[in-house]
Ligand binder design. Structure first.
Ligand code: WT7
Length: 633
């Protein structure tokens, strides 16, 4: 274990004590945690911050390289230990075990490939790859040389990819000839080709051969395996300042442009690893599996960095939960004797729709801890997970956090604090949540609903939005000055447990994916026949929320295929995950006198409400509500 025992609570009382210490003396607390790592030079001050700028600096003037903490130190102590287990898409294909020593060599070799291709400290590298070990290698290779990785989930469309490449002016793109997903292969390379038509910043592309598609590469493109022939596996770790950027990761917001959240080296290292150890109660020989994709923050913090910093064995799965059947997750748990299993409520709900025999036929006795992330988990899904997967003996950690927070913020700690169905429960050490009432005053009482805020900085808070610090300030620090505003509502019970009630802005969480409504509306509005559109979320029993689009057409009669055309447009500009479940053509949208669409009313209509719309007399066009209701699908 990399942490001193006194930093790891073993029971509720120790949690309470440590939590108290962490919030009364945050600087001493975090400096003790940070002592657990290898620093090239120790920090001179633990924290400097200013909520007005806003500016947060942790472990000031400390020097480090995160990959030395992920790799070199474990190679020294335990070189043969498996770092990554790779489980391929097809169950019959070969599983791969990569030891710490091998992973270190792969990362150093690929870091040398990056250098040979003129990538330098501070340059941005876009990584658009499926869930294969080379994705983790690429991320770490960037970190090794101080290049800033920007992983784009390989389900995003070419337009979305191009926007992200351009926003960060990435100089290189790492991708593959294709990917395997269930019984399909996906042609990733042509998506990249299309994106690159619009990206002048990119000098070179390195292509991993996964599916043997036999494509020919262009002049500025090189094969991954051929590049590896030109290098050795010796690569010095670049010395980074604590506050140097480690990576950019895009998340949606309530305007069209995605936000490139920037995370820094020192604070992110300390927080992602410390939370991993505490939340999942990871012990030295455990096999840990998080089913997320590395394209999301969950994969960054809890497939790659958190586990590797702890010297853990982390499983990477290339495929999907439904292939070859809906028992695949459990087959993998049995095969690799998984001890900690971390997934999303939407996956649990989808799996719970299938015969429980698909769970029961596998031996799940290795499981010790279950986790969920991404959206609130409903009681039914929680019960199903607890009974059928955990056999009522595994604690379930419901972990609330965000791309912006870098690590888990509110959660129970496995085998230490109690879980409570539908509650994320208690703050992590060092985290000070508050609830605000409608007057933006902190609520002191319990048993209240409010807007969630975080009172004090923590080490892995995103430092800025790439290229747009003003927007960073506006979105997260303006609504409640002196606090971080995550955009969620919450309820606090008598014992101080938090239940996250959902977004309070125009972001909808569909199947655990954070989707801003604005960019999808922008995509719909690109259709020649669309005048205006409004998109809202409505409850869905598998996805948590689904999208409902209301569109006004120029000419109602021109196209019968409007629904298909809109869906195609969305898939092309954003990706298939953003397609609405329902698209209704309407004659008008409910608007305030200042012309703002009243989404509150549309949300109610979409979720099946027929009467209770509150006062609609202030609308510019109250009659439109009835006409939308009449045409509801
Ligand atoms: C939003 C952040 C954190 C990685 C995955 C999503 C929602 C996340 C929970 C949870 C209720 C949750 C929130 C949050 N959310 N976890 N355990 N209970 N809601 O990251 O894409 O940045 O989305 O996901 O609404 O703000 P993200």
């Amino acid at each position: 274990m990399i942490f001193d025992k006194k930093l790891i609570p073993k029971n509720v009382q120790e949690y309470n004590e440590l939590y108290n210490y962490s919030i009364t003396k945050p600087e001493s607390f975090w400096s003790e945690v940070a002592e657990s790592f290898i620093w090239k030079k120790k920090w001179s001050k633990v924290l400097k911050y200013d909520f007005n700028k806003p500016k947060f600096e942790w472990f000031c003037n400390g020097k480090l390289n995160i990959t030395e903490n992920c790799l070199d130190r474990h190679v020294k102590n335990n070189p043969e230990k498996t770092a990554i287990i790779f489980e391929p898409n097809k169950p019959d294909d070969q599983t791969v075990h990569i030891s710490y020593k091998e992973l270190h060599a792969k990362v150093c070799s690929f870091a040398n490939v990056l250098k040979n291709n003129n990538v330098k400290k501070g340059d941005r590298v876009c990584i658009y790859l499926p869930m294969v070990p080379e994705l983790a290698v690429a991320v770490l290779a960037c970190a090794r040389i101080g290049a800033v990785h920007s992983v784009v989930f390989a389900g995003f469309s070419s337009t979305a990819l191009a926007a992200r490449i351009n926003d960060a002016s990435c100089k290189m793109v790492l991708t593959s000839d294709g990917s395997f997903r269930g019984n399909k292969t996906i042609d990733l390379k042509s998506i990249v080709d299309e994106a690159l038509n619009d990206c002048d910043c990119v000098d070179s592309v390195i292509v991993l051969n996964i599916i043997n598609s036999g494509i020919t590469l262009k002049n500025n493109e090189k094969w991954w395996h051929e590049e590896l022939n030109n290098v050795n596996d010796d690569c010095r770790a670049e010395i980074m300042d604590s506050e140097d950027p480690l990576f950019i990761l895009y998340t949606s917001g309530s305007t069209g442009k995605p936000k490139g959240m920037v995370h820094s080296c020192g604070g992110y290292m300390v927080y992602s690893s410390y939370t991993f150890k505490n939340v999942f109660d990871y012990e030295d020989d455990d096999i840990y599996w998080c089913t997320a994709d590395i394209g999301w923050i969950t994969g960054h913090s809890y497939i790659v960095y958190g586990p590797l910093l702890n010297g853990a064995t982390t499983l990477m799965f290339e495929g999907v939960p439904s292939y070859p059947d809906f028992g695949r997750f459990w087959q993998i748990c049995e095969k690799h004797k998984v001890n900690q299993f971390y997934t999303a409520p939407t996956a649990i709900r989808a799996l719970a729709k299938h015969p429980v025999q698909l769970v029961n036929k596998y031996d799940l006795s290795s499981l010790k801890v279950l986790g969920t992330v991404g959206e609130p988990i409903n009681e039914e899904a929680w019960d199903w997970y607890n009974e059928n997967v955990g056999k009522a003996k595994c604690p379930i950690v419901d972990t609330w956090w965000q791309t912006e927070t870098g690590g888990i913020m509110i959660t129970s700690l496995a085998n230490v604090t109690d879980g409570k169905p539908t509650f994320a429960t208690k703050p992590m050490m060092g985290i000070q949540p508050v609830l605000f009432d409608e007057n933006a005053k902190e609520l002191d009482d319990n048993n209240k609903n409010g807007i969630l805020g975080i009172k004090y900085p923590w080490p892995s808070i995103a430092r800025t939005i790439y290229g747009d610090h003003k927007r960073y300030k506006n979105v997260y620090f303006s609504a409640y000055p002196g606090y971080y505003f995550p955009g969620d509502g919450a309820f606090r019970d008598d014992e101080g447990n938090y239940r996250i009630t959902g977004r309070v802005d125009d972001v909808v969480i569909v199947s655990g994916h954070n989707l801003g409504t604005a960019p999808i509306e922008d995509a719909i509005n690109m259709h020649d026949n669309v005048v205006e559109s409004a998109l809202v979320g409505f409850p869905h029993d598998v996805k948590g929320n689904a999208l409902y689009a209301f569109v006004i057409l120029k000419d109602d009669n021109t196209s019968n295929d409007i629904v298909k055309e809109i869906n195609d447009l969305i898939a092309k500009t954003i990706g298939p995950i953003a397609k609405p479940d329902k698209i209704q053509v309407v004659s008008g949208l409910p608007k305030t006198r200042s012309g703002k669409i009243m989404r509150r009313i549309l949300r109610k209509i979409a979720s099946g409400e027929k009467e209770k719309f509150g006062d609609i007399s202030t609308l510019l066009n109250p009659e439109v509500v009835k006409s939308i209701l009449d045409g509801k699908i």
